[in-house]
Ligand binder design. Sequence first.
Ligand SMILES: [Ca+2]
Ligand SMILES: [Ca+2]
Ligand SMILES: [Ca+2]
Length: 496
Amino acid sequence: MIFVVLKIKNMKLKFLLIPLLASLAFVSCKKDTLYNNEAADSLKVKLAPYALTEDFEANSKPGYAAADINLKIGSWNFDEALVGNLAADAKNGNYSVRLRSGKISMNFDVSGVSQISFKHGKYGSDATVGWQLLISRDGGSTYTQLGADYTETTNALVTETVSIASTGPVRFQFKKLTTSPAASRINLDDITIIGFGNPGVTLSDTDPDDGGSTGGGSTSPTTPRGVTLGADAPPATGDNSNLLFGNPSNATTVSADNFFIDAGYYVESYSKTRGTPNWVSWHIDATNITNAVKRIDNFAGFTGLPTDFYQVQSNSYVNSGFDRGHNCPSGDRTSSTNANYATFLMTNMIPQAPQNNQQTWNFMEQDLRTQITAGNEVYVIMGSYGTGGIGKNSNAIVNSIDNGRVIVPSNVWKVAIIIPNGNGDLIRAANTGSVKIVAVNTPNRNDTNVSWRTYTTTVRDIEAKVSAANGSPFNLFSNLPQNVQDALETQTGAGI
Ligand SMILES: [Ca+2]
Ligand SMILES: [Ca+2]
Ligand SMILES: [Ca+2]
């Protein structure tokens, strides 16, 4: 846990009293979050830190014309700017902002901001160019400059961190100086907004998983399709296969509500009655997250279901107040169009509260992918159970959508087992001390805390909850010896 230390001394006391009282009021319902330090003049207020990083890898914008673009942490307006991936673009990863003669601006506010950091450089061999960082405290109506002008002289990215005196929601703008040569361009990347408490990020109404101002995508259905397997799909069996750690509900192709689907890029148990997966299982390693393709957003019904199953359509969630929440995320399958297409089948979706999907779940998915880039491989199983969630249309519990054909789960869970890259994964998971376990169970509500670590639990607890909800045995990691399961499944799953 990280603490914010508020030093209150002598003359500063008078000026800090009002914000301090505000802080005390904020935490007064949780007295245990206040600590008196041994130093009489210090107070520690426990607030969860957050960091929201925009790396510009999530979406494309090939031209300079002014337009909004949906990115990882929200919607931005790019005016005379694009997402570039040329050799001359100074960048981290595959893409960065290339700003020509205008500005990029956030279309959303963030609360509790203490710092903003970003990488910046000059595009290729363009002439020296200047720009400003600006902040708005009124929802983007007016902006004021933060710090001094920046001047780009080299093509290499450098990192800058700026502290923010923030008491309310803010948004940022990066704006080229009109005095700089019109043709000179600036690269920007990895804009990270750092703060404490709930960032309260109101993501764009056109977030890719959401697709509409009232949730669930556009009104016309797309053409249903199947899966086309490429060589990049995980192997069907053995090491790195999607179901290596076991079929937790013993799903079969004869049980309508525990119906086994091998979609190649993931494996699942589907429920005809619920119109959603019960669980989805998949393996991730570096070969799956190459960013060879960007998210394709081609939500569609799945043609592989038995003919007596209702085929959930791309528009089945429209106006529901719930996102089409991926189980196996788009971001875990970027090695080919086939791989990414597979994740957009509606048989991979649940009606998920937008904040739960776009924040809590999204950040957990990103944290798991960070484990991959750090040299690990990850086996993930995500599922949902129960009935009744709270979306964004009202505070009322919604039990089903699409005229009762899709059940809204009450809980959304995920377990992950993380091991260093290698072979003999089951044996290594049983024997190595370097296994890390993540186990999270969240309520499917739109007021979910942004931090997934708020919801860590044990694998064993998830097994018990799912088993009770469905009235049938549920055994995760069943291919591991029971004594290994007993050891791993009773750890609280905040392993990363
Ligand atoms: Ca980037
Ligand atoms: Ca492996
Ligand atoms: Ca188990």
